[in-house]
Write a protein that binds this ligand. Structure first.
Ligand code: SF4
Length: 248
């Protein structure tokens, strides 16, 4: 599928994507659709666990780092709705109120800015608490996919606002990317929202309007334009997952 995938990663993409699409199509109760995708997120753990031991030995990520939680996070709508469900189930009323206030401030700060400008803001994710993820079990796919072999390089990249230093781990990165693409492509092929949103902005919308989930189950755009991830200059169509028919 992807020219840079190994045959094994390609096979993972095909197998996971076909299985997720089949489950989405078979699910009759709209209330169960997000559970299908939340359950598909376990594929990230399986892909990671089956990566070569030598590659896993170079992973430098540790609990309490949080460096990669200071850059913009691009997500599809289902990831926001899964996170919102988790928050509504696990956060106290006071924690929820504080989160909504942080998400509103985040949204105001990033609206109208380019991706590069958003990166330079170095805003912590609204869900980062004491340098740890407060929704770890329900975190977005980009967060599940990212692993680094050099924490100092991550900090330098964050400081400079550019990914000048390569921190990706061959043998891990491709597998995680294959899982992410498989799930997102299956979502698009099932007819659900494939637009990329800014996580913090869309989370604010999801926590303040129950209509987002309704629109998503009806296969409409879940969030307003103001929550979209900033497009790259000259490519206003970037950040949209389109149904390509890989798994039909
Ligand atoms: S959702 Fe969690 S892991 Fe992802 S950027 Fe936010 S705090 Fe970090």
């Amino acid at each position: 599928m992807c020219a840079q995938f190994s045959p094994e990663e390609d096979a993972m993409f095909e197998k996971i994507g076909a299985a997720v699409l089949k489950r989405l199509k078979k699910t009759r109760n709209p209330g169960d659709l997000l559970s299908v995708l939340a359950s598909a997120h376990k594929e990230f753990d399986r892909a990671y666990a089956s990566a070569p031991a030598a590659a896993l030995a170079t992973v430098a990520c540790r609990a309490g780092c949080g460096t990669c939680c200071h850059v913009p996070v691009g997500v599809l709508a289902h990831e926001v709705l899964i996170a919102a469900q988790y928050v509504q189930k696990h956060f106290s009323p006071e924690e929820l109120e504080a989160l909504i206030a942080r998400a509103a401030a985040h949204r105001e700060a990033v609206t109208g800015r380019s991706n590069f400008e958003r990166t330079l803001l170095k805003r912590p994710c609204v869900l980062l608490r004491e340098q740890s993820c407060s929704i770890y079990e329900a975190r977005p796919e980009a967060c599940r996919s990212h692993h680094s072999n050099n924490v100092d390089a991550c900090r330098t990249n964050l400081e400079n606002g550019r990914e000048d230093l390569d921190v990706y781990i061959p043998g891990v990165r491709g597998r995680m990317f294959a899982v992410m693409l498989a799930i997102d492509q299956a979502v698009a092929e099932a007819g659900f929202d494939g637009q990329a949103y800014d996580f913090g902005s869309a989370l604010h919308e999801a926590l303040t309007s129950s209509l987002c989930a309704v629109r998503w189950t009806q296969r409409q755009s879940a969030f307003p334009e103001s929550c979209r991830e900033a497009s790259e200059p000259g490519d206003e169509d970037s950040g949209v997952m389109r149904a390509e028919g890989y798994f039909q």
